[in-house]
Design a protein around this ligand. Structure first.
Ligand SMILES: Cc1ncc(COP(=O)(O)O)c(C=O)c1O
Length: 435
C-alpha cells in the first residue's frame, strides 16, 4: 500500500517519525480532502495556503494550457505568465511596490528579501519578532523566533535582532487595554537605539501573525512601526506569505493598517499550492539599484512559467468569486461565533481572527490564563493537543493544533453553514476535553 511506502521511505516535516498516522489523501475537491471515500473538512487550507480550495478548474486549466506551450525556461528568458503576473502584483500590492523577483516558496522569498534589504542599505541587522515564523531555510529560520529553530540555535544567521510581540492577551509589559501606552512600540524604539539605526537594514514583520498564535497587532502597531522605520532610515519588509491573498479579508493584511512597506514577501496563497511559488516585490527605488549593476540573486526555478500561470489563474479566482470580500465578511461571522464559544467554554481563554486567519487559545483557567498545554511542549505534555487532533479527525475535520492553539483558516470559498459546522466540531472536541 502506498501509505506504507510513504511511511517507510519518506520523512515527515516537524514530526517524530515513529507512530505517525497521516491521512493518506487520494483526492480533494473544494474544502474537502479525501482518503478514498472518507472525507475531511479542510479547516486549515492545508498549510494556510490552499485559499481557493482544492481542484479548482480555473487553475487546473491555466496550468494545463501553459504546460502545452512551455513548462519551464531558465530565468534569463521572458515568458507571458511571468510578465502578466509581475504586472498584476504591481496592481494589487500597496504603494510604490512595482518589480517582483520570483522564488519557489516563502522561506527563500524571505531570504532574498533580507539579502536585498542588506544590499540596498549597506546595513546588516534585521529586526524581527520572537513570536514569528518566516520559513525553515537557514536565514529564514534564524529570522523567525519560533522555537522550531532551537535545534540550530548555536549556528544562526548573524545580525538578526528579536523583539517582544504586542501580545495583548499576555502583554509582556503587564498592561491591560485601558492602561496600555504602546509599550511594545517604545520597546521597539529602544531596541533600534541600542542596536544603532546606522546598523539596521530592515524591520521584518508578518503582515498579520499566523502560526505563532495569530497574535493580532493593535490597530496602530504597523503604522507606528512604519513611522519609526522612516524616522531611523530603516526599510520595512511585510511577510505576507500566510496573511496575504485574501486570508485576512484584504489582498494583503497590511492593507488593514494602510501601511506601504518597502518590500513585500509572498507565497502560499499566491498560487494556492497548485504549483510552489514565492515572490519578493520591491519599490522602484530598490529595483533601480540594479539598473547598472547585476542583481546578485538567482535560482534555477525563479519565475517558473507553470507556477506563474497557476498564480494568474488563482488571482482570477479571487477576483471572479469575490473571495477577498468574502473572507472579510466570513471573518466577522467567525469572530461573533468565536466570542460565543469563549463565553460557553471554560477552557477558551482567548480567540483571535482577522478574516479567515484565526485561532482559539486554550487555558487551564480564564483568570490565571495558565496555558492548558505549555508553550513549546513536547512528547507527553502534548497529550491534550493530540487528543484534540484525534477527536477532530474522528469527526471528519482536519486542522492544526499547536500547543494550546487551535487554528481556524479554511479555504475562502467555505460557506457560512460549513464554517459553523466546523466550529461546532471544534466545540465538541473542546467539550470532550473539558469533561
Ligand atoms: C509568515 C510566513 N513566512 C514564511 C513562511 C515559509 O513559507 P514556506 O514554507 O513556503 O517556505 C511561512 C510558512 O508557514 C509563514 O507562515
Amino acid at each position: 500500500m502506498s501509505k506504507t511506502d510513504t511511511l517507510n521511505h519518506t520523512l515527515f516535516a516537524w514530526s517524530k517519525q515513529s507512530g505517525i498516522n497521516p491521512i493518506h489523501c487520494t483526492h480533494a475537491k473544494g474544502i474537502y480532502v479525501y482518503e478514498n471515500d472518507k472525507k475531511y473538512m479542510d479547516f486549515s487550507s492545508q498549510l494556510m495556503n490552499v485559499n481557493i480550495g482544492h481542484n479548482h478548474p480555473t487553475v487546473n486549466n491555466a496550468i494545463k494550457e501553459q504546460l502545452d506551450k512551455v513548462a519551464y525556461v531558465f530565468p534569463g528568458m521572458s515568458t507571458d505568465p511571468r510578465g502578466q503576473l509581475g504586472k498584476k502584483l504591481k496592481e494589487i500590492t500597496p504603494g510604490k511596490l512595482n518589480k517582483t523577483f520570483f522564488c519557489t516558496g516563502g522561506a527563500d522569498a524571505n531570504e532574498n528579501a533580507i539579502m536585498l534589504a542588506r544590499l540596498h542599505t549597506g546595513k546588516q541587522k534585521i529586526i524581527t519578532k520572537y513570536r514569528s515564523y518566516h520559513g525553515a531555510s537557514y536565514g529564514a529560520i534564524s529570522a523567525g523566533g519560533d522555537p522550531r529553530k532551537h535545534p540550530f540555535n548555536k549556528n544562526e544567521l548573524p545580525g538578526v535582532v528579536h523583539i517582544e510581540d504586542p501580545y495583548c492577551y499576555r502583554c509582556p509589559w503587564g498592561q491591560r487595554p485601558e492602561s496600555c501606552q504602546r509599550e511594545c512600540v517604545q520597546h521597539l524604539e529602544r531596541i533600534i537605539q541600542f542596536e544603532g539605526p546606522e546598523n539596521i537594514a530592515a524591520i521584518l514583520l508578518e503582515g498579520e501573525s499566523g502560526s505563532s498564535g495569530c497574535i493580532k497587532y493593535p490597530y496602530d502597531y504597523w503604522p507606528k512601526v512604519a513611522e519609526l522605520a522612516k524616522k531611523y532610515n530603516i526599510l520595512t519588509i511585510a511577510d505576507e506569505v500566510m496573511s496575504g491573498f485574501g486570508r485576512c479579508g484584504q489582498w494583503f493584511a497590511i492593507n488593514n493598517f494602510n501601511v506601504e512597506p518597502d518590500i513585500m514577501v509572498m507565497a502560499k496563497g499566491i498560487s494556492s499550492g497548485y504549483i510552489p511559488l514565492g515572490a519578493v516585490t520591491v519599490t522602484d527605488e530598490i529595483a533601480q539599484s540594479y539598473d547598472e549593476q547585476p542583481l546578485p540573486l538567482g535560482m534555477t526555478y525563479s519565475s517558473h512559467a507553470l507556477a506563474c500561470a497557476a498564480a494568474l489563474g488563482c488571482i482570477q479566482v479571487y477576483e471572479n468569486e469575490n473571495l477577498i470580500e468574502r473572507s472579510a465578511k466570513l471573518g466577522h461571522t467567525l469572530n461573533k461565533k468565536l466570542k460565543q464559544m469563549k463565553e460557553t467554554h471554560p477552557l477558551i481563554g482567548d480567540c483571535r481572527n482577522t478574516g479567515l486567519l484565526g485561532c482559539i487559545e486554550l487555558v487551564k483557567d480564564k483568570e490565571s490564563k495558565e496555558h492548558l498545554v505549555p508553550w513549546n511542549a513536547k512528547g507527553a505534555d502534548m497529550k491534550i493537543s493530540a487528543e484534540l487532533v484525534a477527536s477532530l479527525r474522528k469527526q471528519g475535520l482536519h486542522t492544526f493544533v499547536r500547543w494550546n492553539w487551535i487554528f481556524i483558516a479554511p479555504p475562502l470559498i467555505i460557506s457560512e453553514e460549513e464554517l459553523m459546522e466546523g466550529l461546532d466540531i471544534i466545540s465538541k472536541a473542546i467539550k470532550k476535553i473539558e469533561n
